[in-house]
Write a protein that binds this ligand. Structure first.
Ligand SMILES: [Zn+2]
Length: 292
């Protein structure tokens, strides 16, 4: 089984056997190229692992409908309306399944991670953007049009001057808890950072700016999760992505907000977990997309 995790900077492909990536190949995403050139690069990466693949699954950083048509990729221009699955299938001569990257990671976690013990969970990807994938009753739930689980764009602040989000709206969770929001908050507390690691270092040194930045992030995430819990009463929330390494710094604040905003006690005490698969969840989940 071959899975591909296609991102704004890298194309990671892997041969997956029994939930493990046994061989892999990574190539840079051709920046500023046409969709055709990007699809060529993905196909070349796959052929580097297997000249005649039987089936391929691809995780993409955006939404795709059940026909494999892309709604557009925020970080890779030119993909609006592109038939992603069809284009790759023609190049590779085999069936190709395509799904949103966060949803795909949730599939990997469902099969080989916390999903083995938790039938219903949201997998939340923390990074530059904030994505989400939803599994309900052991089944992946991409939604009617592929947009389910987009917790990053849950509105938590409806004030006119709420922070602007990369999606064009204001007051989204991502505006406060995505990388840009964290760097902005850190600056408001009087410190400068170029990446989240700088903020984590500050927090681990006990500095007020770092601690307050992560507290603010945790509260933003917890408010959104409380609303999700009030609707879905999930059995776990699973976190992944680069910022998940600093999860211990935000967890108490996520819990505080859950307790403050959940309608009832049990959903507020939902287990908050860090992905068992980590960065491998995308490739492992993608390899299984054609089995759905
Ligand atoms: Zn947004």
């Amino acid at each position: 089984m071959i899975g591909v995790d296609f991102g704004g900077t890298q194309i990671k492909a892997g041969v997956v056997e029994n939930g493990e990536v046994v061989r892999s190949k990574t190539t840079p995403t051709p920046a500023g190229s046409s969709p055709d050139r990007v699809l060529d690069a993905i196909a070349d990466t796959v052929r580097g692992l297997d000249a005649k693949p039987k089936s391929v699954g691809v995780a993409i950083p955006g939404e795709v409908d059940s026909e494999g048509k892309c709604w557009g990729l925020p970080n890779v221009p030119g993909f609006k309306g592109v038939m992603f699955g069809e284009g790759l299938s023609e190049r590779l001569g085999c069936p190709v399944a395509v799904e949103n990257d966060a949803t795909t990671a949730a599939l990997g976690e469902r099969l080989y991670g916390h999903g083995r013990r938790h039938p219903s969970f949201l997998m939340m990807t923390l990074g530059t953007g904030i994505g989400g994938g939803l599994v309900i009753g052991h089944q992946l739930y991409p939604g009617a049009y592929g947009f389910a689980g987009e917790i990053g764009h849950f509105t938590i602040d409806s004030a006119p001057d709420a922070w602007a989000c990369a999606c064009g709206m204001r007051g989204c969770v991502e505006a406060y808890a995505g990388t840009r929001g964290l760097i902005r908050a850190f600056a408001e507390y009087g410190k400068e950072a170029t990446e989240v690691l700088d903020i984590a270092t500050s927090a681990r040194a006990g500095e007020e700016a770092g601690l307050r930045t992560f507290a603010r992030m945790g509260i933003a995430i917890g408010k959104a999760l409380a609303n999700i819990q009030n609707v879905l009463d999930l059995s776990a929330i699973v976190f992944t992505g680069g910022v998940a390494q600093s999860f211990d710094l935000i967890e108490p604040h996520v819990r505080t907000a859950l307790r403050r905003h959940c309608f009832a006690h049990p959903p507020a005490e939902v287990p908050l977990l860090v992905s068992e698969l980590g960065a491998r969840a995308g490739v492992i989940g993608a390899a299984h997309l054609t089995t759905l």
